[in-house]
Write a protein that binds this ligand. Structure first.
Ligand SMILES: CC(C)[C@H](C(=O)O)[C@@H](O)C(=O)O
Ligand code: SF4
Length: 465
C-alpha cells in the first residue's frame, strides 16, 4: 500500500537515490512553520498551492480561555496569521468552530483521503495513515520546500508489517495494543520504515482507534503508519463536511478501494503480536516503549537484555522516582490529562465519561479534559459528557495541544506525577520535572477516581486491595 501511494506520486527521480514526490495535502501549525515562511520570503517565493495547504493554531493556545495574553503565544499566533493572510492559506484560529489539534481536525473535516500524500511539520502526522494515506512529519527545510513547490525529495522508505492476531479482550484499546507493541519492539526499532497495521484486531477498530494506533507509529521510530481503507473508513469519510459528494464520491470510492496491499506482497520486515492475552498497559519510564501491563510491577533494570536498555531503565527510574518491584497499581497520581491527538477524540471522551459517571476524582487529584477539537467539544457537550467531567471535579477545556507538551499554560507543576492519554513521556515533556505515565482514556479515568494507576475493573472491586 505504501509503495502504491509512493509510485502514484513520483514526479521525477531527484538524484542520489531520491524521488521527487507530489504532496496532496500540507498541514501547518504555529509551532513549526514560521522559519519556513521566513525562508520563502527571503527567497522571494510564493506558496505554490495555498488551496492544498491548511493551517491551524493548536500548540500554543490556552485552553482555559479564548483570550490569548501570553506574549510568546501572541507572537507565534500573530506570525502564523500574517503568513496565512499573505499567502491566502485557510487558517483555523483559536476559538473557531473547526479549530483543534491539527491531527484531529484534518480527518474530521474529511480532507485526508486514502492514497493521498500528507505532510506537516509535526511528527504525529502519522495519525492520518489511519485513512490509508501516506502521511509523515517533516522538518523546517522540507516544510519550506513543500510550501514553495508542493513536492518533496525523499528516499523511498522501507516497509514493515505489524500483524495483530487474536481477539482483544474487552477493555483493551488501541492505545494498549500500541503500548504493548512499543514495549516489544522498542522506541526506535521501526526507524526508516512505514508500518502497515494488519489483521482482524485492526479491522475491528473504529476510525478514532485507528488514528490512535497510527499516531503512535512515530514512537516506534517509524516514518509513518498506515491502515488499509475499508468500509469503516468510507463510512467515516462519507459523514465528513468536506468529503466528495455525488458522482465525485462514487469516483473517489473506486479509486480508494485500489489503494490496499496486494495479497502476497512482501514487506521488508514483519512483526506479529497476539492481542488475545493483553490487559491495560501503562508506562513506567521515560520513553513510550518502557511500558508494562498495569497488573505488573516496575521492572528491575538488570532484567533487560542489553546494556543500553539497562542504562536507560536506571535513568528512567531515577527521573520517575520509582523503585523496581513496586506494583504499578500502587503508584499514586496527582494529575490526569485526557486529550491530545492520540486520545482526544469524542470516542476517547465517551470512554472516560463512562468510567467517571456518578463518581468523583480522588481527593487531591486534578484532571484536565481537553477535547482534541472544538467539534469534539461541541459533540461531547451535545451528549452531556462535559457535565459528567465537571460533576466528577475535572476541568473542562477548549481545544488545543494543552498538557501534551509544556508549550502553553497547561503544565504539570513541579515533580508531580501525571497519568496522560498523550503519546510522549520524555523527561520534561509535560513540564520541566513532570513525571508522565502514558495510559488509555479508560485507564486515565479510573486512575483519576482512585488517585493511583488503575483500570476501570478496579472500581468494581473496592475491597480487592
Ligand atoms: C512542536 C511539534 C513540532 C512537535 C512534533 O513534531 O511532534 C509536537 O507536536 C510534539 O508532539 O512533540
Ligand atoms: S497533541 Fe501533542 S502530540 Fe499531538 S500535535 Fe499536539 S503536541 Fe504534538
Amino acid at each position: 500500500m505504501a509503495q502504491k501511494v509512493w509510485d502514484a506520486h513520483v514526479v521525477t527521480t531527484a538524484g542520489d537515490g531520491a524521488d521527487l514526490i507530489y504532496i496532496d495535502l500540507h498541514l501547518v501549525h504555529e509551532a513549526s512553520s514560521s522559519q519556513a515562511f521566513d525562508g520563502l520570503r527571503t527567497a522571494g517565493r510564493r506558496v505554490r498551492a495555498p488551496g492544498l495547504t491548511l493551517a491551524v493554531e493548536d500548540h500554543n493556545v490556552p485552553t482555559h480561555t479564548l483570550r490569548i495574553t501570553d506574549p510568546i503565544s501572541v507572537e507565534q499566533l500573530e506570525t502564523l496569521r500574517r503568513n496565512c493572510a499573505e499567502h491566502g492559506i485557510e487558517l483555523f484560529r483559536h476559538g473557531d468552530r473547526a479549530q483543534g489539534v491539527v491531527h484531529v481536525i484534518a480527518p474530521e473535516l474529511g480532507v485526508v483521503h486514502p492514497g493521498m500524500t500528507v505532510v506537516c511539520g509535526d511528527s504525529h502526522t502519522s495519525t492520518h495513515g489511519a485513512f490509508g494515506a501516506l502521511a509523515f512529519g517533516i522538518g523546517t527545510t522540507d516544510l519550506e520546500h513543500v510550501l514553495a513547490t508542493q513536492t518533496l525529495a525523499l528516499r523511498r522508505p522501507r516497509t514493515m508489517a505489524v500483524e495483530f492476531t487474536g481477539r482483544a479482550p474487552a477493555g483493551v484499546t488501541a492505545k494498549d495494543m500500541m503500548l504493548a507493541l512499543l514495549a516489544e519492539v522498542g522506541a526506535n526499532d521501526a526507524a526508516g520504515h512505514v508500518i502497515e497495521y494488519r489483521g482482524d484486531p485492526v479491522r475491528e477498530l473504529s476510525m478514532e482507534a485507528r488514528m490512535t494506533m497510527c499516531n503512535l507509529s512515530v514512537e516506534a521510530g517509524a516514518r509513518a503508519g498506515m491502515i488499509a481503507p475499508d468500509d469503516t473508513t468510507f463510512a467515516y469519510l462519507e459523514r465528513a463536511e468536506r468529503a466528495p459528494t455525488g458522482t465525485a464520491w462514487e469516483d473517489a470510492l473506486a479509486h480508494w478501494r485500489a489503494h490496499t496491499t496486494d495479497e502476497g506482497a512482501v514487506f521488508d520486515r514483519t512483526v506479529r503480536l497476539d492481542v488475545s492475552g493483553l490487559t491495560p498497559f501503562v508506562t513506567w519510564g521515560t520513553n513510550p516503549g518502557q511500558a508494562v501491563p498495569l497488573s505488573e510491577v516496575v521492572p528491575e533494570p538488570d532484567s533487560f537484555s542489553s546494556e543500553p536498555e539497562r542504562d536507560s531503565a536506571r535513568r528512567a527510574l531515577r527521573y520517575m522516582d520509582l523503585r523496581p518491584g513496586t506494583p504499578m497499581r500502587d503508584i499514586p497520581i496527582d494529575m490526569v490529562f485526557l486529550g491530545s491527538c492520540t486520545n482526544g477524540r469524542v470516542e476517547d471522551l465517551r470512554a472516560a465519561a463512562d468510567v467517571l459517571r456518578g463518581r468523583k476524582l480522588a481527593p487531591g487529584t486534578e484532571m484536565l479534559v481537553v477535547p482534541g477539537s472544538m467539534a469534539v467539544r461541541a459533540q461531547a457537550e451535545a451528549e452531556g459528557l462535559h457535565e459528567v467531567f465537571t460533576a466528577a471535579g475535572a476541568s473542562w477545556r477548549f481545544s488545543g495541544c494543552s498538557m501534551c507538551l509544556g508549550m502553553n499554560a497547561d503544565r504539570v507543576r513541579g515533580e508531580r506525577r501525571c497519568a496522560s492519554t498523550s503519546n510522549r513521556n520524555y523527561e520534561g515533556r509535560q513540564g520541566p520535572r513532570a513525571r508522565t505515565h502514558l495510559v488509555s482514556p479508560a485507564t486515565a479515568a479510573a486512575t483519576a477516581v482512585l488517585g493511583r494507576l488503575a483500570a476501570p475493573a478496579d472500581l468494581e472491586e473496592p475491597c480487592s486491595r
